[in-house]
Design a protein around this ligand. Structure first.
Ligand SMILES: [Zn+2]
Length: 351
């Protein structure tokens, strides 16, 4: 009987030495067990081979029962473990048919968004699938573009006909001294891709024109206006209203800025409802004429990006129907409610 055990141990050890799989070694042991049982069942009681293997079949049956009990116990444990950790499947599940939306590097990059209840995985997915067009790569456009890129907005268009000048760099933080003379949209695209290589940037080096505004806007879900001239502002509003695209527009001068979300498609006012007439020439001085404090476009441009993220993910409450005014010189904010104008020539029946 001892000889049989020694043979079993030898099979196991030799199999391990050769690197035989556990299943094969267990199979060999089961085969050995079967031979021994057959010897004890079939040979006469005084046969030397039967005497050498115990002479009785019962201890071998008890051994098999014990092995069966151990196997059942281990199976039970693994079932319990799987129930406690359902995310760790013990068996490989069927392979995924398509690539996951986010790579490991992206999941790590957006981890601080994922843990926000209002954004989370679904919100980040909406950002990745969103297309946002930013008009102007200047003071407001700089932080807006940088944060939209960093936040993971999947496709960002930027249109501007200017080139980078030394006097821009006091506040237009997306550009750099060694890119003076470069078209602003290319300088901006370069910086955005440097921050986030996982997004697509579409630069348009031209001034927004009535001819191509509609075609351009049609490709995007949301429009951000950070320009400083009224022609472009009214053209942008008109086109956004016509195509039913929400528009986030901000404006700054000296120490003060304002921002709102214009969305007549959701029954909010349009830009022309709130500012029906452009101010008389020279009444509202531009930044070039009146000056602007460096961080002010940073405040309002960042607000544009934040409001864009809210509009795209559905988090919180947007600035639809509200004009937010920030006075940097006195550190004050005011929020004025603004309404849709029935006689508005752009979004109402006045046109
Ligand atoms: Zn209107």
């Amino acid at each position: 009987m001892l000889a049989v055990f020694l043979l079993g141990v030898a099979i196991w050890a030799f199999g391990a030495l050769l690197g035989a799989p556990v299943r094969l070694r267990l199979g060999l042991l089961a085969g050995l067990w079967l031979v021994v049982v057959l010897i004890n069942l079939t040979l006469p009681e005084d046969a030397s081979l039967r005497l050498a293997t115990g002479g009785d079949v019962r201890p071998w049956l008890v051994l098999a029962l014990a092995a069966g009990a151990i196997w059942a116990y281990r199976q039970g444990l693994s079932v319990l473990r799987r129930r406690a950790h359902p995310t760790e499947p013990a068996e490989p599940t069927e392979p995924a048919t398509k690539a996951p939306l986010f790579s490991e590097a992206e999941l790590n990059r957006y981890a601080r968004h994922m843990m926000l209840r209002e954004v989370g995985g679904p919100g980040q997915k909406r950002l990745k699938q969103a297309k946002v067009l930013v008009i102007g790569a200047g003071g407001l456009g700089s932080p807006a573009l940088l944060y939209l890129a960093a936040a993971g907005v999947g496709t960002i268009g930027v249109i501007d006909d200017d080139t980078v000048e030394g006097s821009n760099l006091q506040r237009q933080i997306i550009h750099a001294d060694d890119r003076i003379g470069m078209p602003k949209v290319h300088s901006a695209a370069q910086q955005m891709q440097a921050i986030n290589p996982f997004i697509t940037v579409n630069p348009y080096h031209r001034r927004l024109s009535p001819e191509d505004a509609e075609v351009l806007f049609a490709d995007y879900d949301l429009i951000l206006d950070g320009t400083d001239n009224f022609d472009t502002r009214y053209l942008t509003n008109q086109t956004a209203v016509k195509l039913g695209k929400p528009l986030i527009a901000a404006a700054i001068t000296q120490w003060e800025g304002q921002i709102s979300l214009y969305d007549p498609a959701q029954d909010g006012p349009c830009f022309a409802c709130v500012f029906p007439e452009r101010p008389a020439e020279g009444l509202v001085p531009s930044c070039a004429e009146a000056g602007v404090i460096a961080p002010l476009p940073g405040v309002l441009g960042s607000m544009m990006a934040l409001e864009a993220i809210k509009a795209l993910t559905g988090a919180g409450e947007t600035l639809r129907g509200a004009l937010l005014i920030y006075d940097g010189l006195y550190g004050e904010t005011r929020r004025i409610s603004v309404k849709r104008h029935a006689g508005c020539p752009v979004c109402g029946n006045g046109g």
